[in-house]
Design a protein around this ligand. Structure first.
Ligand code: DQA
Length: 145
């Protein structure tokens, strides 16, 4: 079975109540449930995880290197713009990496325009809200990843 890890970074546990004008009104559970449903319909194995801690995200990427995970869909949130450590961990992962942002980071403050993770990502989706995660999974299922 095709195994995908979906990683959500800091503050994304607050989705639904956190700046809904930017990030939408769906909760993280809503997003994860839509991903689980799409995966189940297609016979894929998706695991969703969220952490507010950089090291936990890195540990999850390390685990994905050795547990048969074929692809990582990651919204590193604020760590996108700061974390060389997450970039290094992703560089040590052999599968497909898709970076997702709910908001269009390029339309926002200039510090959000740079992404360390984009140096590794095979694809980047920004500004499509929660649909971005589903588009990422769809691209993997269709084999574009
Ligand atoms: C985000 C964009 C980041 O700049 C921000 O720090 C986030 C969420 C997004 O999904 O739009 O926390 O990754």
């Amino acid at each position: 079975m095709n195994k995908v890890l979906v990683l959500h970074g800091p503050n994304l546990n607050l989705l639904g109540t956190r700046q809904p004008e930017i990030y939408g009104s769906e909760t993280l559970n809503d997003i994860n449930n839509a991903l689980y449903e799409k995966a189940a319909m297609n016979g894929w194995d998706v695991t969703c995880r969220q952490s507010n801690h950089e090291g936990e995200l890195i540990d999850a990427i390390h685990a994905a290197r050795v547990d048969g995970t074929a692809a990582i869909i990651i919204n590193p949130a604020a760590y996108t713009h700061t974390s060389v450590a997450i970039l290094d961990a992703l560089n040590a992962f052999d599968g497909t990496v898709i970076e997702v942002h709910l908001s269009n980071v390029h339309k926002r403050e200039s510090f959000r325009h740079h992404s360390y993770v984009s140096l590794r990502a095979d694809g980047v989706i920004a500004g499509l809200g929660s649909q971005g995660y589903l588009a990422a999974l769809d691209s993997l299922i269709r084999g574009a990843g």
